[in-house]
Design a protein around this ligand. Sequence first.
Ligand code: HEM
Length: 533
Amino acid sequence: RLDFTKETGIGPADRQGEFGPDERRLMEDIQGNILKSHGRDHSRHLFIRFDRERPGKARAWLATMADQVTTAMAQWEQSRKRAAIFAAVGLGPVGAPLSAELGDGPRVSTGVKVGPFGGHNGPDGPDGHKRRTAPEVRLSAALAEDPSPPFVNLMLSASGYQALGITDLPQDEAFRRGTRGTATLAKLCDPPVSEWHEGFQGAIDALVIVADDSPAEVQEKADAVAGALLRAGAGKVVHEEIGKVLRTHPHGPVREHFGFIDGVSEPHFLTKDIEEAKKEQGYEKWHPGAPLHLVLAKDPGGHAETGYGSYFVYRKLEQDVPHFNRQRLKLATELAKADGRAEPHEGDIELAGAYMVGRFRNGVPVSQPATGAGDDAPIANDFDFLGDKDGLKCPYQAHIRKTNPRGDTTWQFNGSLEKERNRRIARRGISYESDGGVGLLFLCAQADISRQFEFMQADWCNDVDFICGGEDGKPSTGQDPIVGCGHADTPMNWPKKHGVPGEMLSVSLAESVTLRGAEYFFLPSRGFLKTAR
Ligand code: HEM
């Protein structure tokens, strides 16, 4: 009875309100982390292989997990409590979308200087060493007392369903095809499986995500899950990844390893989040709302009315930070030369990075760098590129323009905005750092993997002629300088001077991100888990 096509969200407009009865039934049946990021700072990803000889034991174990996964409703209740904790220590409630997205808690000042080409939030920037304020110390103590259990997700791969002896698999074609076959590798330009981290080379049947703000709680719960799996004779954990959110300063915005604020632009599914985003960031140019059908797909083994799940794409993406810095410096040096200087200064380096990502390190969009209002200003998300059809401010290949063209397909290909918006994904990744390297455990939720993630990666990020180029003698756009693959030698075009028409700079940049493993999952409904036995 719920309308899955409306973009105004479900649930109350604020934290105090209540869900309608149909909404509540859905929220109690679907898992958390689909409609909204779980927002915890630490997580463990347990990759599981079931015992192929004993599918009955694996199904019985799944049934025991029904009461352990965090439902969307439980996530909502827990975030209410967390907001109260933030408020009690004097850090809220502000409830801006940014930190609501990042931490399910109210927002605290980003502490980021927002200027045209400013911002120093790199790993070695001064913000990383900010002294913690008294409320932040009180907040950590209060969160440590938070009685909420760790957050838990459970998802299955196509091989997982087969190992369980379940023939009625979720429908998605890409999900059934999987990540390791030549068709998928070729489509996405992924390296051969033999080059992946060995933990991803063999079949993975299931993934359990355990997350909390306390790493000790995460470990305790993860150990309990792995132990129960073994004792049940259902299978074993064959690989593990540890995720850790990086922040510009404690409780500040999330950043990723290249030093850029991340997790800013997200489709919102809950009315409260849409309303907050509209209030904080506006929605004249870019509406933050998204319909349920963007992320929810029917769970074939679930309840007839409320049984929905979501497809999750998992990609371990290693980031070579020194290499990225060298690419950025290469572009900055060319920008300096175009300006008649032999050496780049800091502004050139900042601008080069912003051209590559589409936002400065402090989150300010490069298409409109003059909008930063001050330290506490929410990071802008109400923008599109219609005023920059020549790519003079935000190059066509910039990561955020490739992955969310914000209407570019309407003027370039006469496409429909609705169709373009239907390709959006809900990003749910987390950074990692290990002896072997650093990177992003990229995760995204969607209702259709080929329409959403695969199209975004293959037809937008990797395609050198998207959004412009190739025909009418126009030079190719080039691949996404952050995650594009296969065409690093195709030159990209960069404005010599930000926003100024004229000759473009033609510079190719080599790739700094490498895929180390991938899997497609379905996050089933709680009803399915209960009856899996
Ligand atoms: C946005 C970094 C991988 C899709 C962003 C932003 C950064 C970033 C800094 C801007 C902040 C924001 O708008 O939230 C990275 C890094 C990656 C990576 C370092 C790899 C290590 C990917 C992949 C995809 C993707 C593989 C999908 C193919 C997106 C989307 C946005 C985004 C959809 C939001 C664009 C918008 O709505 O404006 N990413 N990203 N990212 N990224 Fe990535």
